[in-house]
Ligand binder design. Structure first.
Ligand code: IPD
Length: 274
């Protein structure tokens, strides 16, 4: 699609679909959260849970997308995965922050992104809807990032020693041991560290100036696709190891001036390997 007017119309349609899908899934999750939540299965380790509500949320979202955009492809955390014919793929995390959800903590979100399948797979739209916070972050490529209807902007880079840095930990013990070793080096050198429990919200918190920066090893596309666009559209730089795009190996986000020294620090301290 080369005509800019066509691409703007496509982005507007994708945004409307993503917002409505996230709103419906959020309602299902908030209203349907049982006190004694069933854990349907575990994934990479015994603490990596999938609840029945993760599965129900993903089903609701994929059914809604199939109705509104039947030719699009889907990549979902809980297994929904198929190719489409339209050149658009949806990347879905039906609950990002499942452990928070399980414990009745507020920091969990429905994360939905739409990206092109051609070229570099550019993300066009990202929505991170956090029902208990009562907040919806959204971004459209080239059109800025918003928290509900207010534009959001990253906080200007503080000196490294005054930075509040978010991070997260994987579910596998060996990886966690390595992540703890990196935190041990970083913690004495910055203002403080936060572990919120939802990568999508952490990236949006960088966008809104509630964190100075964020990093994590081992994220999957559904964890970061929407939040990455929100952070970039709010003025953050995002990436992986120096010179590389963010990926499962490493995700780093922060404002110019903090992003680079953090990325260099993480590279030097091996935050990108187990
Ligand atoms: C997890 C969260 C968490 C991060 C983990 C992710 P999930 O996603 O984003 O903050 O530290 O790496 O797997 O499992 O709740 O969708």
């Amino acid at each position: 699609m080369t005509d800019p007017a066509d691409q703007d119309a496509l982005k507007a349609e994708l945004l409307a679909v993503a917002l409505e899908a996230a709103r419906r899934a959020g309602e299902l999750l908030r209203d349907g959260r049982p006190d004694d939540l069933g854990v349907a299965a575990t994934k990479s380790s015994a603490v990596d849970v999938v609840t029945e509500m993760d599965i129900a949320s993903e089903k609701l979202i994929t059914a809604f997308l199939a109705d509104r955009r039947p030719a699009d492809g889907v990549l979902g955390e809980e297994g929904a995965s198929f190719e489409g014919s339209s050149g658009v793929q949806w990347v879905i995390d039906p609950i990002d922050g499942t452990v928070n959800y399980l414990y009745g903590r507020p920091d969990w979100a429905v994360s939905i992104a739409a990206r092109l399948t051609a070229g570099d797979g550019e993300t066009l739209v990202g929505v991170v809807h956090a029902p208990v916070r009562g907040e919806t972050f959204r971004a459209v490529l080239g059109q800025g990032a918003f928290l509900d209807d207010k534009p959001v902007r990253v906080r200007p880079a503080p000196p490294f020693a005054q930075a509040l840095i978010g991070t997260g930990f994987g579910y596998v013990a060996e990886r966690r041991a390595r992540q703890a070793a990196v935190v041990r080096e970083l913690l004495p050198r910055v203002r403080d560290i936060r572990r919120g429990g939802s990568a999508a919200i952490d990236l949006c918190d960088v966008a809104a100036g509630r964190l100075d920066a964020y990093y994590e090893r081992g994220l999957n596309p559904w964890d970061f696709a929407a939040g990455d666009l929100v952070a970039r559209e709010a003025g953050a730089l995002t990436g992986g190891r120096p010179g590389e795009a963010l990926s499962t190996e490493l995700t780093v986000a922060g404002p110019p001036g903090l992003f680079e020294p953090l990325q260099a620090f993480l590279d030097e301290h091996g935050a990108w390997h187990d």
